[in-house]
Write a protein that binds this ligand. Structure first.
Ligand code: PEP
Ligand code: MG
Length: 604
């Protein structure tokens, strides 16, 4: 526990690392207050629709103006504003509002609020956290239109005069992009989660931020001294001198550590004894390639291609997919991009599949099984990937959820047919195209030796492997405490798959969340994998730890860890190893250090 006291300490979600110390500045973003009324007669309907249209047009013009203003400084964020511009006329928002004005004879403000509430009900049922959190974008867009309809403008971020910490209930991405970076020390909000666009922007602006604090806006007064600890996800309101000095010291040390980590981003992950492991990135969207490059990832080890399908009534066509994959491949070139074929189902469910109502979707018709059944869907995607492979020559194909040779043969047969038909159409396909599989089903581990003879690479997906091996639904909060990536069964399975791959002479990667965990890096090294693939932000720190590690030592540690009988013993072993051997990489991170067994006031 840090020394000293404060008027209040709030815990939220740290979404952008760093420590900021400064005066709070509350940004008033209360909702627009509305009046609700029935239109006096049907003759007023047309007028009301025109009024609504004018408000939408103005919102579009405003967003376009912000977009062109930020284009020079933050080109990578233009897409968020494009999404908002597009949303203004989305069916759910625009058509629904018009329908409500026409059918219920209510004013535009009321109709739009109601359309947003209907959308909220739909989004609330979506399992995928990322997609679910996109409801906040619908909300931001609607608020903008409502402001135009009512003539109220509640934004006041532009006029900030001194360097402050922004305190808000919520702030839209467009507002956040307008913050003057040089005047913003930190950023805290009541709402939001790790995947909100606002959080993503604060990360790329390098502003320490904590969101999801629930009542920080109420609790803080403008001008009050506050500390934002973006690592620990804490906001300290009005600290005493002792606590303040602690945070000044912490800020200084973290800044130095951050600089060191950043320096490692561009260096290879080479151990002290000369073993090099590739550190790659997992991405879900084309827009993330910027983060891949900025963080020094050596290519994309996993491109999850589901996201283009999630919000659509019909699957994207071949051209849409082709241009998306091509852009990723060209930006990442000359490094490789591993494009995983559709892994729809379970936690990644498009709207049309939601109606199937499977009782056990994680074990149902999903992923490669779905692709083998929905031939057209699969072939369209394969054509797009193969066409890109012929142009850029840096693409690999990866099949998810393969459980045995039968499925692998079926998938490869279709791939070969698609390849042949492209060749007949005189469309070039990369002749050296590599085809690999995810190892994420326990059955695949058991027959990894057989599979290894028929593919060009393995990528071990521990997220699902843990789910299926331990029979723990990965999205069920009731069993989240039983989801143990360090369970001896998982470690043995990873070893079996890695050994099978090595024996067959094919590269083996690991792309589950495990790979991004700094604490696990030293033993993952012991598996002698060829690459680790992780969220781009995690790359530099994992590289730093590996550069301080030693392969031979890691192999010894892994041997010992594989003898341990429970996940908590493995965790304890890793914590002790981190503290003894990699102290400078862990001592500043309270949440990670919290897991260490403490003896005599010090983690041992
Ligand atoms: C995995 O299962 O480990 C994996 C990387 O894939 P996803 O998280 O997309 O299921
Ligand atoms: Mg998976």
């Amino acid at each position: 526990m840090p020394p000293g006291n404060a008027r209040m300490i709030l815990k939220g979600i740290g979404v952008s690392p760093g420590v900021a110390i400064g005066k709070a500045f509350r940004v008033d973003r209360d909702r627009v207050s509305l009046v609700y009324y029935y239109l006096p007669s049907p003759a007023h309907t047309e007028k009301e629709k025109t009024r609504f249209d004018a408000a939408v047009d103005k919102a579009e013009a405003d967003l376009k103006a912000i977009k062109s203003k930020i284009a020079g400084e933050f080109p990578e964020h233009s897409f968020i504003l494009d999404t908002h511009i597009y949303m203004l006329r989305d069916r759910m928002l625009y058509n629904e509002t018009i329908r409500l004005i026409e059918e219920q004879g209510i004013n535009a403000e009321w109709a739009l609020r109601q359309a947003v509430e209907n959308a909220q009900l739909i989004f609330a049922k979506i399992e995928d956290e990322y997609i679910r959190s996109r409801i906040s974008d619908v909300d931001y867009v609607a608020e903008r239109v409502l402001e135009n309809l009512t003539g109220q403008n509640r934004r006041s971020v532009a006029g900030i005069k001194e360097r402050v910490i922004i305190v808000a209930q919520d702030l839209s991405p467009a507002d956040t992009l307008q913050l003057q970076v040089e005047k913003t020390l930190g950023f805290v909000t009541d709402m939001g989660g790790k995947t909100s666009h606002t959080a993503i922007i604060t990360r790329s602006l390098d502003i320490p931020a904590v969101v999801g604090l629930e009542n920080v806006y109420q609790a803080v007064r403008s001008g009050e001294l506050i500390v934002v600890d973006g690592y620990a996800g804490k906001v300290i309101i009005d600290p005493d001198e002792e606590l303040l000095n602690y945070y000044y010291e912490r800020q200084y040390q973290l800044e130095n550590y951050r600089k060191e980590v950043a320096r490692c981003a561009e260096l290879p992950a080479e151990t002290e004894d000369g073993y090099t492991i590739k550190i790659q990135a997992n991405i879900e969207l084309l827009e993330e390639v910027v983060a891949v490059i900025d963080n020094g990832a050596e290519g994309v080890g996993l491109y999850r291609t589901e996201y283009l399908y999630l919000n659509m009534d019909t699957p994207p066509d071949e051209e849409t997919l082709f241009w998306d994959y091509r852009e990723v491949a060209e930006i990442i070139y000359p490094e490789m991009v591993t494009i995983r074929t559709l892994d729809l189902g379970a936690d990644k469910i498009p709207s049309r599949m939601r109606e199937w109502g499977e009782t056990n979707p994680a074990l149902g018709l999903r992923s490669i099984r779905l692709c083998l059944q929905e031939d057209e869907l699969f072939r369209t995607q394969l054509r797009a990937i193969l066409r890109v492979s012929g142009i850029t020559k840096n693409v690999r194909i990866m099949f998810p959820m393969i459980s045995g040779l039968g499925e692998l043969h079926a998938a490869k047969d279709i791939l070969n047919q698609v390849k042949q038909s492209l060749i007949q159409e005189s469309i070039e396909v990369d002749p050296d195209l590599q085809v690999g599989i995810m190892i994420e089903v326990p059955a695949a581990v058991a027959v990894a030796d057989l599979l290894a003879n028929e593919v060009d690479f393995f990528s071990i997906g521990t997220n699902d492997l843990v789910q299926y091996a331990l029979a723990i639904d990965r999205v069920n909060e009731n069993v989240a405490h039983l989801y143990e990536p360090l369970h001896p069964a998982i470690l043995r399975m990873v070893k079996q798959a890695a050994d099978a791959g090595r024996f067959a002479g094919i590269p083996v990667s690991l792309c589950g969340e495990l790979a991004a965990e700094p604490l696990y890096a030293p033993i993952l090294l012991g598996f002698e994998l060829d690459s680790l693939s992780m969220n781009p932000m995690a790359v530099p720190r994992v590289k730093k730890i590996i550069r301080n590690a030693n392969l031979e030592e890691s192999k010894e540690h892994l041997k010992e860890v594989l003898q341990l009988s429970t996940a908590s013993k493995v965790n304890e072993y890793l914590c002790n190893l981190a503290w003894r051997r990699f102290r400078e990489d862990f001592e500043l991170f309270e949440d990670e250090m919290g897991r260490l067994p403490v003896v005599n006031g010090n983690p041992q």
